[in-house]
Ligand binder design. Sequence first.
Ligand code: HEC
Ligand code: HEC
Ligand code: HEC
Ligand code: HEC
Length: 157
Amino acid sequence: MRYFFAIVTAILTIIIFIPEKVRGGNNTEIPKYLGSEACKACHQREYRSFTRYAKKSSSFESIQRVKKGLTEEEIKKCYFCHTTGYGKPSGFVSLEETPHLKNAGCEVCHGPGELHVRTQRAQDIKMNLTMKDCEECHISERVKAFRYKPMIHGGAH
Ligand code: HEC
Ligand code: HEC
Ligand code: HEC
Ligand code: HEC
């Protein structure tokens, strides 16, 4: 019987402590979205050409421009593609609460940047992108509708 309890205790210990270890404690939760402005200081070249040439950098305006006649619910559907991280933890919520994420910024491609900004390490930011990463928003109906084929180096910097 004692043996049995020892085993149960051991198993419980594993269940309770291992996930904590794998997660590395509470400090390494999913990194947060910071917005493109947070990348500017260290990546001026990318920031400049992105804000000048990529339509993503003003994608919230596109909604504003055509939203007349749309319901609040319909407009929210636009946010998934036209803002940064809508519906995801720490992503865009509303113009009032998260103005820094209103456009589709650097992080829609490179992922949430909080950890990378802190460590400045290459491995803490997403770099090797594939078409799958684009297709989250450049879905086929839309691509067809606009007769547009995204290329991996387009729309960035
Ligand atoms: C405090 C400075 C700093 C900030 C802020 C910063 N970065 Fe970086 N970033 C770096 C440095 C330094 C490197 C080069 C790391 C290396 O090569 O080891 C880098 C590299 C990168 C790379 C290339 C990674 C690779 O695999 O080669 C990407 C992509 C990147 N940053 C994106 C971002 C994005 C997006 C943001 C904003 C959310 C951002 N960075 C903010 C310093 C910064
Ligand atoms: C979070 C959604 C999202 C993701 C992910 C995304 N895009 Fe976009 N992209 C947009 C939106 C929205 C626009 C249109 C912005 C507007 O006109 O308001 C756009 C526009 C573009 C354009 C049009 C030209 C320009 O200068 O902006 C190109 C090219 C493009 N994206 C390429 C890509 C590529 C390549 C990837 C993957 C590496 C990608 N996008 C990933 C949302 C996204
Ligand atoms: C599934 C992702 C997605 C959703 C949802 C979405 N868009 Fe877009 N939108 C895009 C992409 C990608 C582009 C880039 C156009 C392209 O494919 O060439 C774009 C482009 C645009 C443009 C610019 C067209 C131009 O000619 O410059 C406007 C305006 C726009 N969207 C408005 C909206 C509105 C309003 C909503 C919500 C009712 C919405 N979008 C929902 C992905 C999306
Ligand atoms: C549409 C997707 C997309 C967006 C938005 C985007 N990038 Fe990138 N970025 C890429 C791709 C793809 C590469 C890899 C290019 C390559 O392989 O040469 C890249 C590469 C980089 C690199 C490494 C450059 C190098 O020469 O090593 C940095 C730094 C970077 N991006 C920063 C940013 C910053 C900062 C922003 C916002 C101002 C941003 N990116 C927005 C797709 C994007």
